[in-house]
Design a protein around this ligand. Structure first.
Ligand code: ADP
Length: 406
């Protein structure tokens, strides 16, 4: 059974084709700069087919439909294709950023679902329209394959009101949907399931804090397998310090920037989302480079790392109080999986909470799920590689099977 997963952005389509017999990706890639002068298609055939192959080609990709057609051409290519015909694709899974309150789980896409995703556009004005474009072109290109929407927000729909409400006039919540939603749900859900498997306990009995540190970053407080709080809010801007996003700031900051510096709303949006975070603090948004600069004595990079990790520690303390007891702390995402120095700073000084890192285990560079806590650590400390696309494929399989009654 082959499942095709796509993540459509305003000028890109990221994709992975899975063979669900062994949950392995057999091909993946990215069509980017769609509609721009220098379009590019990168297609990769994964090694387990015995024919590793990766190539980037400059292509004219005028729109998403052409982009998806080019991707399909690569998948069925006579020389390096991995399937004979697109009809082999059993179902298509779409990453959809904002499901609002309408979606508490993944769902087969029909007209009603499309309308609800459209209704949520005000909550995700950049992402949801692009996701809808992806759905529309995939429906046209794969008319016989069921399409499933998997939402970034759905996993966090179990967060209670006391945690998701902002202390604003209540009408703003009731009439406009202004509340905290949370994102990265697919990743938090996947790594919590994998942690439970690793710890050999039912997820429904575990309390976990999951820390996803990629270009975007968020944490989730998971009580007995269900998200009970998270750091992102109405949008992905709230919470942790990220590559280019500020995370938490005083809500009065935009007034200051507008009044004092005469910045427009658009400029403030760009400042907080694209020019802040690690980039704002030290000029670099890529953590690998920040770590290298800090190691060579650059003070701005050192401070940026400290601010980054201090915010995480603050939320670990907060989520500890929310959960009352904790079984495991889980690191994931490009930084969480690969940056021992960041994990060390995040756990520093938390022995009182039962969080004690083992220096050597923390330096282990394995790509597998692994434990990094010392034998004295009351809380189990794990690194769990996230696989968001695989989780979307698994959800797609589950939802389609359920709809067919098997
Ligand atoms: P995305 O959120 O776009 O999926 P990733 O999860 O791949 O991003 O995370 C990207 C971040 O991970 C970047 O800041 C990158 O520098 C960082 N990263 C990747 N590998 C390493 C590494 N070996 N050491 C430190 N940081 C790393």
């Amino acid at each position: 059974m082959k499942i095709f997963v796509i993540n459509t952005g305003s000028s890109s389509i990221k994709y992975k084709l899975f063979d669900m017999a062994n949950d392995r990706a057999i091909a993946s890639g990215l069509a980017e700069k769609i509609g721009e002068a220098d379009g590019m298609l990168t297609h990769e055939v994964t090694e387990d087919k015995g024919r590793p192959w990766k190539k980037s080609t400059e292509r004219d990709i005028p729109d998403h439909r052409q982009g998806l057609n080019l991707i399909v051409d690569s998948l069925v290519h006579p020389e390096y294709g991995v399937i004979g015909d697109k009809s082999e694709i059993w179902a298509v899974g779409h990453r959809v950023v904002h499901g609002g309150e309408a979606f508490k789980a993944s769902i087969i896409i029909d007209e009603r679902v499309i309308a609800a995703i459209r209704e949520n556009i005000p909550l995700a004005p950049l992402h949801n329209p692009a996701n809808l474009t992806g759905i529309e072109v995939a429906q046209a290109i794969f008319p016989d394959s069921p399409q499933v929407a998997v939402f970034d927000t759905a996993f966090h729909q179990t967060i209670p009101k006391k945690a998701f409400l902002y202390a604003l006039p209540y009408d703003l919540y009731e009439k406009e949907g202004v509340r905290r939603y949370g994102f990265h749900g697919t990743s938090h859900s996947y790594v919590s399931e994998k942690s439970a498997e690793y710890l050999n306990q039912p997820l429904s009995k575990l309390n976990l804090i999951t820390i996803h540190l990629g270009n975007g970053a968020s944490m989730a407080a998971i009580r007995r397998g269900k998200s009970t709080d998270t750091t992102m809010g109405l949008t992905p801007l709230e919470g942790l310090v990220m590559g280019t996003r500020s995370g938490d700031v005083d809500p009065a900051l935009p007034f200051f920037l507008a009044d004092h510096l005469k910045m427009s709303l658009g400029q403030i949006d760009t400042l907080l989302n694209k020019e802040s975070g690690l980039k704002g603090l030290c000029g670099i948004n890529d953590m690998r480079e920040v770590l290298q600069k800090a190691a060579s004595g650059n003070e701005a990079a050192t401070v940026a790392m400290e601010v980054y990790c201090y915010r995480i520690r603050k939320y670990i303390g907060g989520f500890f109080a929310v959960l009352e007891y904790l079984d495991g702390l889980v690191f994931t995402g490009g930084i969480g999986e690969n940056a021992p120095e960041i994990r060390r700073l995040c756990c520093q000084g938390l022995a009182g909470l039962g969080i004690e890192l083992d220096t050597e285990r923390n330096l282990n560079t394995s790509k597998e799920i692994r434990e990094i806590g010392s034998s004295n650590s009351r809380i189990r400390l794990l690194v769990v590689p996230t696989k968001e696309e695989l989780k979307i494929a698994q959800e797609t399989k589950k939802v389609v099977r359920k709809s067919r009654g098997n």
